[in-house]
Write a protein that binds this ligand. Sequence first.
Ligand code: FO1
Length: 314
Amino acid sequence: MLTVLAGGTGSVKLIRGLLGATHEDLTIISNVGDNFWLHGLYICPDVDIVTYALASMLDRERGWGVEGDKFNTLSQIEKLGGETWFKLGDRDLATHILRTQLMKQGRKLSEVTREICNRLGVKQRVIPATDDSVETWINTPRGKVHLQEYWVKRKAQDEVLGVTYVGAESAKASPEVTDAIMSANAILLCPANPVTSIGPILAVKQIRLAISDTNAERIAVSPIIGKAPISGPAAKMMSGLGIEVSPIGVARLYSGLVDIFVADKSDDGLGEALRRINVKPVFTDIMMPTAARELELARFVLRQLNLIGQVGGH
Ligand code: FO1
């Protein structure tokens, strides 16, 4: 079993590659820090991005939402004077409506996610890191704002003074999460924003502890090439927190949680520095602009874990 820690857009590229590269039993532990309430609905962007990708219905170009979705409801919300900065498509809205309804009936996010995955024919397990509320809030000169407000509404224009995972202190891992970590053959930390995608997952103490204790081989793929993230606001967040914006900065954040660190071949001069952080460095082309590259990087990762061949990589 391969257990994957995932954020949103960047993560699903590698997850899609894994689907094509292996029959290995995949469990995805999904970030919940970007979950928020809007229009009275509970929105879970990273959980949905992964679910839609596994159901082959993700809009690949945008990296979020449902492919071919329409935005009629959003247009009407605009007409009625509601908030439209977060683009919820008509079919996407069905997910949020059903999830909110089930949660208001007392069901846990992990149960609701399982139900939605089943309905969409997803075979892999998608488990939100926690059923408790953990929200990523960004401290800016204008005050503290939720990640979605910082990223989508204000387009990451504000300086980052700090990041808080509100609720993480007391959050418990979802029931199957620790088991998925302890019983896995391997753990993969996707190439995702280490502060806002992987960070909130690792902020749940039971999860961090399980990853540090598991006998599984642990591998991470760098979300940074040279001094720049492959996509998204990771640089602004990392530098705002005083973290070096480089594969080294990411590897340090994952210190004690990762055995193998995959960085881009253009960063192959960092081998010695990465070894000093107690990770085995490996280098390859980590950009995934096409489905073929997603598959190739997935195969590379599986080879490092000795999982290809053994489970019939095809
Ligand atoms: N990202 C945007 O930049 N703009 C949007 O309007 C937007 C809508 C949206 C709707 C549903 C969903 O599941 C994700 C959506 N995202 C949107 C992506 C999301 O804000 C972030 O990329 C993730 O939260 C970060 O992983």
